[in-house]
Design a protein around this ligand. Structure first.
Ligand code: PLP
Length: 235
C-alpha cells in the first residue's frame, strides 16, 4: 500500500525528472497539492511530509479547511483554483493567499476591495481559456489578457503573479499547441510586469509537457490523494 507521503515523493520525482529532461532547474517548479474533497487528515499527512502549497476549488470547503488548520499549520499557503462566483469573492479575499482563476475585472475589483488590510496583497493569476471551449472560463486572447493585467496591476491589494490554464486533452497535437501558446503569453506578460513569475499549468497527466513548456507550478490532486468521491459534496 502506498501512503500520501509516498505518492507526494513520486510526484516530486516526476517533476524533477521532467525538469532535468528539458534542462530546467527543478526548484523553479512548485508542486501544488490539490486537496479538494479530501479530509483534513489527508492534508496533514501531506503537510507532515513537507508539502506547504495546497489548492482548493470550493469556497466553503476551502474556508473550513483554512480555519481548521490555521493554528497547527500556519505556514500552509492556500491557493484557490476553482471557478468563482462574484458573490463568494469575499471568502477567497479573506482566507486564501493565492487566486488562480481571475478572468474579469469585476472579480479583480471585488477581491481588491475585500482583501483585509492586515494581509499581504492577494497573489493572483489570470486564467486563460486556452482551448477556447465554451465550458471553460478565462480570457480568450493576448489583448484581453493584457487589458485585464493592466486593470489588476492598478489594484493595490492584488499582486499579479502570472497565468493559469486548464488545457483541453482532446489530442496530443492540440495539447502541445495550447501549452506552447501559454508559454508565449507568459513571456509577453512577463515583459510588462516585474511581479510576474508564475505559470500555473500541468496536472497529473500532462505535467511533463507542461514543464517542457515553461510551467512553474503544477497542480496535482488524485495522484497524491487518490481518486475523489464527489457523492457527499455540497458547495
Ligand atoms: C482538480 C483540479 C486539479 C487536480 O486534478 P487531478 O486530476 O486530481 O490531478 C488541477 N487543477 C484544477 C484547476 C483542478 O480543478
Amino acid at each position: 500500500m502506498t501512503t500520501i507521503a509516498d505518492r507526494l515523493a513520486l510526484a516530486q520525482q516526476r517533476i524533477a525528472a521532467a525538469a532535468k529532461n528539458c534542462v530546467r532547474n527543478p526548484e523553479e517548479i512548485q508542486l501544488l497539492a490539490v486537496s479538494k474533497t479530501k479530509p483534513i487528515e489527508d492534508i496533514l499527512a501531506a503537510y507532515n511530509a513537507g508539502q506547504r502549497y495546497f489548492g482548493e476549488n470550493y469556497v466553503q470547503e476551502g474556508q473550513q479547511k483554512v480555519e481548521a488548520l490555521q493554528q497547527t499549520c500556519p505556514d500552509i499557503v492556500w491557493h484557490f483554483i476553482g471557478p468563482l462566483q462574484s458573490n463568494k469573492s469575499r471568502i477567497v479575499a479573506e482566507y486564501f493567499d493565492w487566486m488562480h482563476t481571475v478572468d474579469r475585472a469585476k472579480i479583480a475589483e471585488r477581491l481588491n476591495s475585500q482583501r483585509p488590510a492586515d494581509k499581504a496583497p492577494l497573489n493572483v493569476c489570470i486564467q486563460v481559456n486556452i482551448s477556447g471551449e465554451d465550458s471553460k472560463s478565462g480570457v480568450i486572447d493576448k489583448d484581453s489578457m493584457l487589458a485585464l493585467a493592466k486593470q489588476i496591476a492598478a489594484l493595490p491589494n492584488l499582486n499579479l503573479r502570472g497565468l493559469m490554464a486548464i488545457p483541453s486533452h482532446a489530442d496530443e497535437n492540440q495539447l502541445a499547441e495550447e501549452l506552447s501558446t501559454m508559454q508565449q503569453l507568459f513571456a509577453t506578460l512577463k515583459l510588462g510586469y516585474a511581479s510576474v513569475d508564475t505559470l500555473s499549468m500541468g496536472m497529473s497527466d500532462d505535467l511533463e509537457l507542461a514543464i517542457a513548456n515553461g510551467s512553474t507550478m503544477v497542480r496535482i490532486g488524485s495522484a497524491i490523494f487518490g481518486e475523489r468521491d464527489y457523492s457527499a459534496k455540497a458547495n
